[in-house]
Ligand binder design. Structure first.
Ligand SMILES: [Zn+2]
Length: 463
């Protein structure tokens, strides 16, 4: 073996064990005791876990000719690596292409030679005309086995019910998973028009025009359409108790219905929008918006109850200058927050340390379940002999103050500025190579690979 990691506690979604890990080349070769190898990595006092999988990122998202999310595939994946994530599944927008295949090629070109960690894509569908529905098969053949549909952003990317139903039916036949952004775009536009008419332009109106009921209704509707189509469905960025309830009821009916939430919905709440400082409030503008704090308990409970299976980030950072486009009109504030670097440590600190999650829950939510749902398991999301040697040696004692100056994402603020967390990655390996060593990034642009994913199959176990 080339590398042996000794002395650590192995944390898998399946359980927690004292074990050594042996690595040969790019793969885990052995998990056990008294392994012999070339380089020994001492991990006493540390947790050894599979590299995180963030199934919801928007690196390189273009929102027009002169506006893009501030992380490209290089800066965003460096940030991910430093925070213990070794695979991202990024949203590939149709970006003006009529053909999904051309759009996917364009996204492959954006990532190739830039990404420092492994990556895949979910293919966004904004115009499910017959040609596009037909072309979904070719996308699945390339190993992109999930699609995204939105019920919000009317006139831009929103699908109507008939269109979503067609996408769900086709995905069912192709064994692909449809990820749905569930907010009622019609209702939101009505509320926005009323705010505009009343001269209400501040960031707080972003949240007030995207109320919980808009999410609850669209979640119910998306789940109903998936039920009618007999298709599996994955609801992204669930924020509130009412949407959790809808998902739980669908699961009780026997639907293959899955959900994701994000650290910002577990840890932040709508009071940030009351700030009189535009930059502060605008920094938290994302969709769906942050909610009333009472929802957080329902989200944490849903994570341990198995109602929500994954924690992604919706990583989509913008700088303060970019956010300032909406100084006089909240609808022009680009939507999104940074998060890819802080996901695994925040879930450790506020989940495991504060007693809300077990160690295995933490790894299941941030690595194992995304791998199982999105066709990457057991190559990724676990550390079994034959798995990719993507792993994190996590120091549970290291204290870090979250601050934009120290984080690697290309933006000039952190939504968690000043928060201190305990627990941070010390070393991160991807396919047997160090990409973070003693907290310093040591990987290289282009070191990441596109990972074709298997078709969707109902996981044997998730919760
Ligand atoms: Zn998103």
């Amino acid at each position: 073996m080339d590398i042996v990691i000794k002395g650590g506690t192995l944390v898998l979604g399946e359980g927690v064990f004292p074990a050594e890990i042996g690595i040969t080349g790019e793969k885990v070769a052995a998990v056990g005791q008294s392994l012999d190898g070339g380089r020994v990595i001492e991990a006493t006092g540390c947790l050894v876990l599979p590299g995180g999988i963030d199934a919801h990122t928007h690196l390189g998202l273009s929102l027009g000719p002169d506006l893009a999310s501030s992380d490209d595939f290089e800066s965003g994946t460096i940030a991910a690596a430093c925070g213990g994530t070794t695979t991202v599944i990024n949203y590939a927008e149709q970006c003006g292409y009529a053909s999904l295949l051309e759009a996917l090629d364009a996204w492959q070109a954006k990532a190739a030679g830039r990404a420092v960690i492994d990556y895949s894509f979910h293919m966004l569908i904004i115009d499910p005309c017959p040609d596009v529905i037909e072309e979904m098969a070719a996308i699945v053949q390339q190993g992109v086995t999930s699609f995204k549909a939105l019920l919000a952003y009317k006139g831009i990317v929103m699908l109507d019910d008939a269109q979503l139903f067609r996408v769900l039916e086709r995905a069912r036949d192709l064994r692909a998973l449809v990820n749905v952004h569930a907010e009622n775009g019609h209702l939101i536009d009505e509320l926005v028009a009323a705010c505009r008419a009343a001269g209400q332009t501040a960031p707080r109106y972003h949240a007030l025009t995207r109320p919980e009921v808009a999410e609850a209704e669209a979640t119910e509707r998306a789940l109903a359409l998936a039920e009618a189509a007999g298709a599996p469905i994955y609801i992204v960025h669930i924020t509130c108790a009412r949407a959790v309830d809808a998902l739980r009821r669908a699961q009780a009916r026997g639907q293959a219905a899955f959900g994701e939430t994000c650290p910002q919905y577990l840890l932040l709440d709508e009071r940030v929008y009351e700030s009189e400082d535009f930059d502060t409030a605008a920094g938290y503008v994302l969709s769906p918006p942050l909610r009333e704090r009472g929802n957080q308990g329902a989200l944490w409970t849903a994570l341990t109850a198995g109602t929500i299976q994954t924690v992604g980030t919706d990583h989509c950072p913008f700088t303060r200058e970019q956010k300032a486009r909406g100084r006089d009109d909240f609808t022009l504030i680009p939507n999104g927050l940074p998060g890819v670097e802080t996901r695994v440590p925040l879930l450790y600190h506020y989940g495991v340390r504060e007693g809300r999650l077990s160690l295995s829950d933490w790894v299941r939510l941030t690595a194992t379940n995304p791998a199982r749902l999105f066709g990457l398991y057991p190559r990724k999301g676990t550390l079994l002999p034959g798995s990719d040697a993507d792993l994190v040696i996590f120091d549970p004692g290291k204290r870090v103050i979250l601050d934009a100056g120290h984080l690697h994402t290309h933006t000039d603020y952190s939504p968690y500025a000043g928060w201190e967390v305990q627990g941070w990655p010390r070393h991160v390996l991807q396919r047997g190579r160090f990409i973070v060593e003693d907290g310093e990034f040591v990987g290289q642009a282009g070191g990441g690979r596109f990972i074709p994913r298997r078709p969707f199959a109902l996981p044997a176990s998730l919760a």
